[in-house]
Design a protein around this ligand. Structure first.
Ligand SMILES: C[S@@+](CC[C@H](N)C(=O)[O-])C[C@H]1O[C@@H](n2cnc3c(N)ncnc32)[C@H](O)[C@@H]1O
Length: 209
């Protein structure tokens, strides 16, 4: 099943950036700037973007650490990582790591922030819980995990597509997310704050533990 999902994302990686550019209302990349801003990162900090896909967010995170520190992206799709690598200039300090978020290959307590953009809802079954556990393990105390996701859409048709995406994670997980997202996050973090994004269509959950 995992291999099937990896292949699905490998296939998707060939058109992913074009697909996002076409269907997104966020032409000026305001969402990426917004998320990077909310990390509170400073020069020299270390940040990890999980489920990084083609790594677009990494370039905005690098601005925050001002070329020092560490900017890393993790993903389990080699296709997505290859597409991401092609966007990174030679000798750049952005690192891409092939890894499943259920088992992150990093030491305890190393990162100043962990981000996840429009991917958490796609994690299947137990992977979500294991991912949150892993984030808690690798984050420094008091530093944030920021999860950006679509908020429940107002338009009926788009709302149906949103629920379909959730159900693809498995009916139980979908129900848990819709009704008890905050409670799920509070199992792993001490505080959870929800803030709307400038597009009005997404939200950022800022979790600290
Ligand atoms: C919808 S894309 C989001 C990509 C990127 N974060 C963005 O905002 O454009 C979801 C990404 O999550 C990755 N992914 C899904 N399940 C994963 C897992 N268990 N471990 C690591 N990456 C995973 C996929 O390979 C894919 O690149």
């Amino acid at each position: 099943m995992k291999r099937f999902r990896q292949r699905y994302y490998d296939f998707f990686s060939h058109i992913y950036d074009r697909f996002v550019a076409l269907h997104s209302a966020d032409r000026g990349a305001r969402l990426r700037y917004f998320l990077a801003d909310k990390t509170g990162l400073c020069r020299g900090d270390k940040v990890l973007d999980i489920c990084t896909g083609t790594g677009t967010l990494l370039h905005y995170l690098r601005e925050k650490v001002q070329g020092e520190g560490l900017v890393a992206g993790a993903d389990f799709s080699i296709g997505m990582l290859r597409a991401g690598k092609s966007k990174i200039p030679d000798h750049d300090t952005i690192f891409l790591v092939m890894a499943d978020v259920a088992c992150l290959p990093f030491r305890d307590v190393v990162f100043d922030a962990v981000t996840c953009s429009h991917a958490f809802y796609e994690l299947k079954g137990e992977t979500q819980n294991r991912c949150l556990q892993e984030i808690g393990r690798i984050l420094k105390s008091g530093r944030p995990f920021l999860m950006m996701e679509h908020d429940v859409p107002k338009s009926f048709l788009v709302r149906m597509l949103f629920y379909l995406r959730l159900v693809s994670m498995g009916p139980h997980k979908a129900r848990e997310i819709v009704r008890h997202e905050r409670e799920l996050l509070l199992r792993y973090f001490r505080s959870v704050e929800k803030i709307p994004t400038p597009t009005g269509r997404s939200k950022v959950m800022i979790c600290k533990g």
